[in-house]
Structures are given as structure tokens and as C-alpha cells.
Ligand binder design. Structure first.
Ligand SMILES: Nc1nc2c(c(=O)[nH]1)N[C@H]1C(S)=C(S)[C@@H](COP(=O)(O)OP(=O)(O)OC[C@H]3O[C@@H](n4cnc5c(N)ncnc54)[C@H](O)[C@@H]3O)O[C@H]1N2
Ligand code: MOO
Length: 406
């Protein structure tokens, strides 16, 4: 009995390890996952300071406006308050500068008129207005970023503000990629009839990079035992190993056999999906091995459904599965029951709804319809006919689908 799609993915996610921690310079932490919670070493802001360019005053002096105050000092951002503010006086102050003792409000420059050492306050003044108080953002010891948070620019800002020049993050996965097959030639050679360029190594490497991991290209294992053994053994030294092709029923499909010899325990082979049926997954110690079918479309789709979530999980991400959005089918779709089908589609937004039409020929040998697709409709295992107008689950494959052109 073939394993179901979601069960296969669950088995993978349950069995992959979380990689260890490394400390990296702050900027290199962007896009990584924080491995230890950040507790604030100090409060933010560190002192009461002005939120406006203007004048620090005593609100009580401005109970009835307009009123005129004498300017007795100036504090730029980065300056220090030298004098307390006496009744009837004001201090010129810039945004971010510390509030001088005695003041309890800041009047923005637009609400004043300055002339020859005095300032006229034109608008009513509330006590505490336009002051950012010490510790109002973050108190010392606060948990400001929990562990397992994806680090984006706001987290970078918070980490920087807390003095974190080096940041503990989960390690990037080093992912070995091995292509198999006698028909393959490396990029740079002109393929003759019967040979094809090893494109899977590149699509996989690009996909590995896209999830923030580091591809390690092992080249091509020819269809003989010795080559497979040598290169698969090398791949097992990485954090994860991906193979392409050599996993269906062909005479020379050696991948699973040699992996077993090398001590990889197979957790499943063959999944009830199309394309991608012959996918296998195994583990040696804590190293996951993904054996993906060789058809380039199947390779990419199985990477996206199985390997990407696994690598993200290994690198500490909590949310690893692409979300489904609802989309309306533009035309009738027929399928055989028994397998979840991934339908390559072109998605557009019409009146705020996703509408999907097939991107063309769905045979797994057809690469062009993958290039032309910006989404995958995920059709349920037992469905056989989905009439135009049906609502289906859809995964967006390109961020720009819902983005505006101008
Ligand atoms: N009797 C059966 N035959 C096949 C079955 C089956 O269940 N029973 N499954 C079919 C399905 S589905 C697929 S998918 C393929 C998968 O086969 P393999 O993973 O063993 O891959 P190959 O047969 O070696 O290659 C398939 C196809 O992909 C091309 N290829 C391979 N490697 C690369 C590469 N690195 N870059 C670009 N393209 C590559 C290869 O030339 C073939 O055209 O098996 C079916 N057969
Ligand atoms: O399932 Mo194969 O992976 O159809 O191309």
C-alpha cells in the first residue's frame, strides 16, 4: 500500500533533526532562525527623551496660552541636559535628546514662535506630551524575541538595539545533491541525441539556496554500483542528501539498493501523488536522504512538497509548509482517483479572488508548463472530475502573483 501524501510529509518532519547553533555577525542573521531567546540587557529607551524637535517646558507654565518663556539652553540629540529648567523658562531640544530635569512636556517647534532668546507657546500643553519615557518600549530583562523566530529587519533592529553584534542562529543545512544516470552530461557540453543536460542539479541547488540552505554539488553518479557507492557515501557526510533519478522500476535504478548497503533505513518508497510517485525517503543516523524521481518537473515538485519543509525544519523554522489559498478553476479538470495530483496552473487575481487555469500539458516530461506555472493546485486523492467553477486548494509558487505592477 502506497503511503499518502500528508502521511509521507509528516513522517519526514518527524524524523529530521534540528541542526545545532552557531553565532554569526548580525547582518548574516537575516533570514535565519534565532536559536536562543533574546532578553533585553537594558531598558529602551535608556532615558526620558524628546519625541519632537521643539522646546522642553514645564506644562504648568503654559496653563494659559499664548505665553512667552525665556530660552535658557539647547540640547541636541546626543547632548546631555546640563541645567534644570527654572519656572518661566524653556530649553530648545531636538528629537531623541534627553529631557532636562524640571521639564514635563515638549512643545513641537511648529506650535511656537522663537525670537531673540524667547519662545512664544501658541497651543495648549498637556503634561507628558511628546516625551518618550525611559523603559516604555522595553524593560530590562523583558523577553523581546522568543527563540525560533525568523529574523527579519525588525528583529535585526531589536537585536542591534540590544547590542547583539553576534547572534545565535540555527546552522544552515549543507545539502548534498547527486544526479544519477548514464544519459546525463554536465552543463557546458552540447547534448547529443540520447543524452540530456544535468539540469536537476541546478534546479535543486537553486531551490536549496532559496530556502536558505547551502547546496553541495556532487556531480553525476553513472549507472554502476561503484560510482553510486562512492558518491552516495560522500553525500552522507552532509546534513542532508538529495538524489535525483534512479528510483523507479528500471533495471539500473540503483539508488535505493546502494543507500540500503550504506546503512540508510528507508522509511517509505512510493507516495500516492502525481507527479512524484517514486519518491523515497530514508535516514542514516540523523542524516535524511531524499531520493527524488528524475523527471525535472517531478524533481522540483517533490523538492517543494517534501524537501523544502524538511530543510526549513532542520534550520529551526516552525512554519514550514506552504499555505493553501482557495482558488476557482477556470476549466474542467479530470484525474484518476487514488493519488493527490499537483496541477501546474496559471493564477490570476480577479475581483479579489484567485482564479486558476492549467498552464498546459501536464505530462511530467513537459518542463515548459512548469516554467509557465505560478501555482500548484492540489487536487484531492479521491477526486476524479472537477468541473469549471470548482474551488480548489492552491499553493502560490511565486510571491509576485498577488503583487501590483505599479
Ligand atoms: N515501470 C515503471 N516505470 C516507471 C515508473 C513506474 O512506476 N514503473 N515511474 C515513472 C515515473 S512516475 C517517473 S517520475 C520516472 C522516475 O524514474 P527515475 O527517478 O528512476 O528517473 P529516470 O528514469 O532515471 O529518469 C526519468 C527522466 O528524468 C530525466 N532525468 C534524470 N535525471 C535528470 C537530471 N539530472 N536532469 C535532467 N533530467 C533528468 C531522465 O532523462 C528521464 O527522462 O520513472 C517512470 N517510469
Ligand atoms: O510521478 Mo513521475 O514522478 O510522474 O513523473
Amino acid at each position: 500500500m502506497m503511503i499518502g501524501f500528508e502521511e509521507a510529509r509528516r513522517l519526514i518532519l518527524e524524523n529530521v533533526p534540528t541542526l545545532g547553533i552557531e553565532r554569526v555577525p548580525l547582518l548574516d542573521a537575516a533570514g535565519r532562525v534565532l536559536a536562543e531567546a533574546l532578553k533585553a540587557p537594558w531598558e529602551m529607551p535608556l532615558c526620558d527623551n524628546s519625541a519632537m524637535d521643539g522646546f522642553a517646558v514645564r506644562a504648568a507654565d503654559c496653563a494659559s496660552v499664548p505665553t512667552t518663556l525665556r530660552i535658557t539652553g539647547y540640547i541636541p540629540a546626543g547632548g546631555l541636559p546640563e541645567l534644570a529648567v527654572e519656572p518661566g523658562c524653556a530649553i530648545k531640544i531636538m528629537t531623541g535628546a534627553p529631557i532636562p530635569p524640571g521639564c514635563d512636556a515638549v512643545v513641537p517647534v511648529e506650535e511656537t514662535e522663537e525670537s531673540e532668546g524667547t519662545v512664544r507657546i501658541l497651543e495648549t500643553v498637556e503634561p507628558r506630551q511628546h516625551i518618550r519615557f525611559r523603559g516604555e518600549d522595553v524593560a530590562a530583562g523583558d523577553l523581546v524575541i522568543p527563540a525560533a523566530t525568523l529574523i527579519r529587519p525588525p528583529e535585526i533592529s531589536m537585536l542591534a538595539s540590544n547590542g547583539m553584534a553576534m547572534v545565535p542562529v540555527h546552522r544552515r543545512a549543507r545539502v548534498a545533491i547527486l544526479s544519477t544516470g548514464d544519459e546525463l552530461v554536465e552543463l557546458g557540453r552540447t547534448p547529443s541525441s540520447g543524452s540530456i543536460i544535468n539540469s536537476n542539479a541546478y534546479s535543486l541547488a537553486a531551490a536549496v539556496r532559496e530556502c536558505g540552505a547551502e547546496p553541495v554539488l556532487l556531480g553525476i553518479a553513472r549507472d554502476n554500483h561503484a560510482d553510486h557507492r562512492r558518491l552516495l557515501a560522500e553525500g552522507l557526510n552532509c546534513d542532508a542528501l538529495i538524489t535525483s533519478a534512479g528510483v523507479s522500476a528500471g533495471d539500473r535504478d540503483l539508488v535505493r539498493e546502494v543507500l540500503a548497503e550504506l546503512g540508510v533505513e528507508q522509511l517509505f518508497w512510493k507516495v500516492a501523488i502525481k507527479p512524484g510517485g517514486p519518491t523515497a525517503f530514508g535516514i542514516r543516523e540523523s542524516t535524511p536522504v531524499f531520493s527524488l524521481p528524475g523527471n525535472p518537473v517531478s524533481t522540483m515538485i517533490t523538492f517543494d512538497q517534501f524537501v523544502r519543509p524538511a530543510l526549513l525544519r532542520m534550520m529551526g523554522h516552525r512554519r514550514v509548509i506552504r499555505p493553501y489559498v482557495k482558488a476557482t478553476l477556470k476549466e474542467d479538470v479530470r484525474k484518476k482517483p487514488g493519488k493527490v495530483n499537483f496541477l501546474r496552473v496559471q493564477v490570476v487575481v480577479e475581483k479579489g479572488r484567485y482564479v486558476a487555469s492549467t498552464s498546459g500539458d501536464q505530462h511530467t516530461g513537459i518542463l515548459r508548463t512548469m516554467v509557465n506555472a505560478n501555482g500548484l493546485a492540489v487536487l484531492p486523492r479521491e477526486a476524479s472530475f472537477l468541473p469549471a467553477g470548482s474551488e480548489v486548494d492552491l499553493q502560490l509558487l511565486r510571491d509576485e502573483v498577488a503583487m501590483l505592477e505599479k
